[in-house]
Design a protein around this ligand. Structure first.
Ligand SMILES: [Ca+2]
Length: 169
């Protein structure tokens, strides 16, 4: 049932309440926490540790339910190491119901520029309170170890409250 109509309609870029990732790379003396993927700076990046045969994840958690129309990822690596994120999946998750909606799968574009490594995933107004990136590289199927490394991840959507109250109830 609809509870009540609020006055505020959110439309556009939606900031997460928090972000997290399975592990944090300390490669070469650096440190690459999840927050560096949402700091608005394309020159800083998050990074998980590289792993084979492991479901790697990066999550954005929101303080309410939103319906997302696009997730934009700028990948860290501007070289062949971009393939560490080959086949990464982007999901919108409803943590109350456990339903995960796939927005898309990252297929590496072999153009080693920021523009070339910018990936857009249409989420078709799938609704939830979490956006999750996952990648799994089985050692017999991939040349590069899996890592989730992002200069930025940005999500766009809407928080039309009458829809969201309905979904959350
Ligand atoms: Ca950044």
């Amino acid at each position: 049932m609809f509870k009540e109509l609020h006055n505020i309609i959110v439309l556009g870029k939606i900031a997460p309440a928090s972000v997290g990732q399975i592990s944090t790379s300390e490669w070469n003396g650096g440190y690459y926490p999840a927050e560096l993927a949402i700091d608005g700076d394309q020159n800083t990046n998050s990074g998980t540790k590289g792993k084979w045969d492991t479901d790697l994840w990066f999550k954005m958690k929101f303080d309410d339910f939103f319906c997302f129309f696009e997730v934009v990822i700028i990948q860290t690596q501007l070289n062949m190491n971009a393939y560490r994120m080959q086949d990464a999946k982007v999901f919108v998750v409803n943590t109350k119901t456990g339903v995960e909606s796939l927005c898309g799968v990252l297929k590496v574009n072999p153009v080693w520029t920021i523009e070339g490594q910018t990936y857009r995933f249409p989420c078709n107004l799938k609704c939830g309170d979490e956006v999750k990136v996952m990648v799994l590289h089985k050692s017999d199927n991939y040349d590069k170890v899996a890592t989730i490394g992002m200069r930025e991840i940005t999500v766009f959507g809407t928080g039309m409250p009458w829809i969201l109250d309905f979904i959350a109830s």
